[in-house]
Design a protein around this ligand. Structure first.
Ligand code: HEC
Length: 156
């Protein structure tokens, strides 16, 4: 099941420039995720150090196919607000926005290694290859250029 779209206040939240594919950010994200930075924030205690869940109900972050259904804004929303009625609580009181993005970079490395979310293309792509909105807008619409002129129908 694809996750619901994020509410309006989260729809335009996106990964800060220079975070995807940045080894320092990945390291910091790891320190947050594993509780090394702050023991009160220990994602790994449920989600596992390697993304393999250790608590029932936690999602398996190694499943790239499932992970890829989320946009960066959806991950950010889920981690900020948590998921009501589950063990997944809201983390925004314990983590800054930057810290949440760092943890997302680490979390994505389990199932989507070396990839980044392309906002303009609305999909995961190899890190460093995301197109800008302008590039996407200037691309020819698929099929437009190659489409053959309609053949006239023979008169009956
Ligand atoms: C006490 C256990 C627990 C802790 C700690 C925890 N989570 Fe979760 N998390 C869960 C559970 C359970 C779910 C699945 C909720 C559901 O959708 O049913 C979940 C879901 C998620 C999701 C959404 C995944 C999906 O497929 O819907 C994300 C993202 C996430 N957690 C990230 C984190 C991060 C980042 C941290 C640390 C800041 C964290 N979690 C800490 C238990 C936990």
């Amino acid at each position: 099941m694809p996750p619901p779209p994020p509410p309006p206040e989260y729809a335009d939240k996106h990964m800060p420039d220079g975070y995807w594919g940045n080894p320092d950010v990945l390291e910091e994200g790891k320190a947050i995720f594993t509780g090394a930075q702050n023991i009160d924030v220990n994602c790994a205690s449920c989600h596992g150090k390697d993304g393999k869940p250790v608590k029932a109900g936690a999602r398996d972050f190694r499943q790239g196919e499932h992970m890829a259904k989320f946009s960066d804004a959806q991950w950010f929303w889920r981690i900020s607000e948590g998921i009501k009625g589950t063990k997944m609580k809201a983390w925004k009181s314990k983590l800054s926005e930057e810290a949440i993005w760092k943890v997302i970079v680490f979390e994505a490395s389990f199932g989507l290694p070396g990839q980044e979310y392309s906002v303009a293309e609305k999909k995961w792509v190899p890190a460093g290859t995301a197109k800008s909105a302008e590039e996407v807008a200037s691309e020819p619409v698929k099929g437009e250029a190659t489409e053959e002129a309609p053949t006239e129908e023979a008169p009956k």
